[in-house]
Design a protein around this ligand. Structure first.
Ligand SMILES: Nc1ncc(C[C@H](C[SeH])C(=O)O)cc1Cl
Ligand SMILES: [Zn+2]
Ligand SMILES: [Zn+2]
Ligand SMILES: [Zn+2]
Ligand SMILES: [Zn+2]
Length: 305
């Protein structure tokens, strides 16, 4: 059965999404934004108090990379946290009264299933590549942001294969289409990865500073210091290139250049002890701690009107 303290299977997550939307129809609506390469649905949950007018929104995705299971767990935890504390927690309540939150709990569904059934360390999508038996593209090198210029490979057998073109992966295209369609209301984009406890923002594809560098850094520092003071977890904030590594084609850089000002990659626990194989026992502390941060850095007044 589904559990918030377990790495759930895709079928458990899929039925959980359906039941969440059904049992919280006042707060959650479900939308399939397209299918994956192997034909599985990419499901977006829209969270927020129904209101007559269209509200500004935050978009959050999890599960870009199949093996980063704490990421998938985080989105499930966040959805539950939001709907169960709405009305009691002042920050979540004011957030959801003023904004909608789009949550895509599993971006790379095919990869997640494969990491459960066949290869726990799988990272990429599961698409076929011409002329080789090597499968998959790194979806976080497949967006139109300095595409394939640095920190990505043109070799289909590489873990950071950039694909044949920007948005060559149907998963990338489905996400990009959704954000382009809703870009007038989406004020923030947050993509959840693991591991290394970092809060990254543009750019990764160049060492040049983003136009909004100072503000992005300030918001990130506010979020990570909130975490440090509350729970002692240290998240390092900074632009991707100098903070983790230079790499092109990432969804955060793409969203930023599209005009989504507050664009972040959150790298969850840990710092390498277990890495991607973070034990299920650590899901609770991670998600509780980090969801506090999500509240703080999503303070509507920080995201501008
Ligand atoms: N724009 C980006 N933002 C964050 C990262 C780091 C993640 C960490 Se798993 C990745 O390597 O895809 C990589 C890129 Cl290309
Ligand atoms: Zn189960
Ligand atoms: Zn499992
Ligand atoms: Zn990742
Ligand atoms: Zn990572």
């Amino acid at each position: 059965a589904h559990s918030y303290t377990k790495y759930n299977t895709w079928s458990e997550i899929e039925s959980w999404m359906n039941s969440m939307a059904t049992s919280n129809s006042d707060m959650i609506s479900k939308e399939v934004i397209g299918n994956t390469y192997e034909g599985r649905p990419m499901v977006v949950l829209k969270i927020g108090k129904k209101s007559g007018s269209t509200k500004p929104a935050i978009f959050m995705d999890c599960g870009f990379h199949a093996r980063e299971w704490i990421s998938h767990a985080f989105c499930q935890w966040f959805v539950n946290e939001a709907v169960t504390t709405y009305g009691s927690d002042s920050q979540i309540t004011s957030l959801l009264d003023q904004m909608d939150v789009f949550v895509l709990p599993v971006f790379n569904v095919d990869g997640y299933v494969f990491s459960h059934t066949s290869n726990r360390m799988w990272r990429k999508t599961r698409s076929r590549n011409a002329g080789t038996s090597c499968l998959g593209t790194d979806p976080n090198r497949n967006f139109n942001a300095g595409w394939c210029t640095i920190g990505a490979s043109t070799n289909p057998c590489s873990e950071t294969y950039c694909g044949t073109a920007p948005e060559s992966e149907i998963e990338s295209k489905n996400l990009a289409d959704f954000i382009r369609k809703n870009k007038s209301i989406i004020k923030a984009y947050i993509t959840i990865h693991s591991y290394s406890q970092l809060l990254l923002f543009p750019y990764s594809y160049t060492y040049d500073l983003a136009a909004d560098h100072d503000e992005l850094l300030e918001v990130a520092k506010g979020a990570s210091s909130a975490l440090r003071s509350l729970y002692g977890t240290v998240y390092t904030s900074g632009p991707g290139a100098p903070t983790i590594y230079p790499a092109a084609g990432g969804s955060d850089d793409w969203a930023y250049d599209l005009g989504v000002k507050y664009s972040y990659t959150l790298e969850l626990r840990d710092e390498g002890q277990y890495g991607f194989l973070l034990p299920e026992s650590q899901i609770k502390p991670t998600c509780r701690r980090t969801s506090i941060k999500m509240r703080n850095c999503q303070d509507p007044c920080q995201l501008g009107s």
